[in-house]
Design a binder for this molecule. Structure first.
Ligand SMILES: NC(=O)c1ccc[n+]([C@@H]2O[C@H](COP(=O)([O-])OP(=O)(O)OC[C@H]3O[C@@H](n4cnc5c(N)ncnc54)[C@H](O)[C@@H]3O)[C@@H](O)[C@H]2O)c1
Length: 443
């Protein structure tokens, strides 16, 4: 099939590349001229494991193209995916201006029947809005608007896209349904379902999925905080409940709050949908409140140890990306933690395997960046582990000790074994577990 993907970010580029990989001819469109030129020159503009190989192969074999020319892409495509940003507006609602602007553009361009697919995460009723924008210039016979929310996880996006747990497609049009079924057939050969439904249910499914996952995280963070108060260990509790099939093992890790480009904005947007529908969605409000305070726990732990003012102190940060295997720092807990440290007068030295460039663009020279994780520790008062990159899981503890002023680790991801930290004589404070104070500190 001939496909256009409008918006070549994390979702658009992965979707476009994977559709090309299954034999389709794909034109990825973006308004960012610089980005398009880089992609045309063979450069992958984001870090996503496994993407480079597929990108290179499909570009070389002429199935994957990049352009700023929406008109050209649309004329040469039968299906047009919208993978555009839907950032939160001031009131928390998803900002639909990118999506509706492209809908307006499409209304000027489309000449024969096209399927317009909302892949962006958009609130219930958006497909109808897109259709009404298209209708300004076009007869309804010339298009169908389909909702096809994307569930890929950054860091595992290629795997998720090629082998999705399910594909959700919202449409009432048999014509669109047939095409979408054919397009996705290569991705569901193992029996994972394509679930067809009405458009509004498809739109709601995406928000329900993300809001539920965010709820699990906030719930476990609350359990962890309570574990600290009552002397229980959240690691045991997590394993104890996760082996119950009704609960399941995944998404039960406490930490420093959820971040990323999706959970925070999607939970907010669903809450706004509830407000607009005059429904009091109490759980969601708590999920958001818990997440805000969870992002503060690491700095609070430092203040408990060093006193309220952290002026003149230096702290090393391991992990800036909102999760491992990505360079994405949107709404990353590290940003909030670093900002609080700077606000209280501390110096920050940071290391991340992939996200330093993006973080530099955010903080400029307000913090120091190191290309070696151990060099970042030099002369620091403590190490803060914020993202659970594999490279932080079994570090050289002697090297950590040698570089830090005192052996203090505040771990937001529970990476290290408590008994081991005791034997290694660290001061080690993690989330929802006993604090290890196996060394006399001079504060
Ligand atoms: N990132 C994820 O993990 C993820 C997962 C599932 C769903 N989503 C949803 O997918 C959507 C896109 O997310 P993303 O993370 O890929 O965003 P992104 O910011 O990485 O990419 C969006 C791209 O759209 C481009 N763009 C903006 N206006 C344009 C226009 N008029 N024409 C062409 N291109 C334009 C931007 O230049 C950018 O490259 C959002 O709604 C998001 O909620 C994201």
């Amino acid at each position: 099939m001939n496909i256009a993907v409008v918006g070549t970010g994390y979702v658009g580029l992965v979707s476009g590349t994977c559709f090309a990989e299954t034999g389709n001819r794909v034109i990825c469109v973006d308004i960012d001229k610089d980005k398009v030129e880089r992609m045309q020159a063979g450069e992958v503009p984001i870090y996503e494991p496994g993407l480079e190989v597929l990108f290179a192969r499909n570009a070389e074999q002429g199935r994957l193209h990049f352009s700023t020319d929406l008109n050209f892409a649309v004329q040469h495509s039968e299906i047009i995916f919208l993978a555009l940003p839907t950032p939160p507006g001031e009131d928390g609602a998803a900002d639909l201006s990118y999506v509706l602007k492209v809908a307006d553009d499409l209304s000027e361009i489309i000449e024969d029947y096209k399927i317009i697919v909302d892949k962006s995460t958009v609130p219930v009723g958006t497909a109808e809005k897109v259709a009404s924008h298209l209708n300004k210039k076009l007869s309804s016979a010339l298009f169908d608007v389909v909702s096809n929310p994307e569930f890929l996880r950054e860091g595992a996006a290629i795997e998720d896209f090629l082998k999705p747990d399910r594909v959700v497609i919202g449409t009432n049009s048999d014509r669109a349904k047939k095409k979408m079924k054919r397009l996705y057939a290569p991705f569901v050969r193992q029996g994972n379902p394509i679930i067809f439904m009405d458009v509004r249910s498809a739109e709601m499914t995406k928000y329900a999925a993300n809001a539920y996952l965010a709820t699990r995280i906030s719930f476990m963070n609350e359990i962890a905080n309570l574990c600290e108060q009552v002397g229980a260990d959240v690691d045991f509790v997590r394993r104890g409940i996760g082996s119950d099939h009704r609960i399941g093992k995944r998404f039960l890790f406490p930490g420093v709050g959820y971040g990323g480009s999706c959970f925070p904005k999607d939970v907010k947007a669903l809450a706004k949908t509830a407000i607009d529908a005059q429904y009091d969605f109490r759980i969601l409000n708590s999920v958001m409140q818990v997440n805000v305070s969870q992002k503060e726990i690491m700095v609070k732990k430092l203040q408990k140890l060093f006193g309220q003012s952290l002026a003149g102190r230096s702290f090393a940060i391991w992990g800036l990306a909102f999760k491992p295997n990505t360079d994405d720092i949107r709404e990353a807990p590290a940003l909030k933690i670093i900002q609080s440290l700077l606000d209280s007068g501390a110096n920050v030295k940071a290391y991340d395997p992939e996200a330093m460039e993006n973080t530099k663009a955010h903080f400029g020279d307000k913090i120091e960046f190191y290309s070696d994780q151990y060099e970042a520790l030099h002369d620091c008062d403590a190490l803060l582990v914020i993202t659970e990159w594999s490279v932080f899981r079994t570090p050289d503890f002697e090297n950590i000790k040698k570089n830090l002023k005192q052996p203090i680790i505040i771990d937001g991801r529970n990476l290290y074994d408590l008994r081991m930290m005791e034997e290694l004589a660290f001061y080690y404070d993690s989330v929802g577990r006993q604090k290890i104070a196996a060394v006399d500190l001079e504060i």
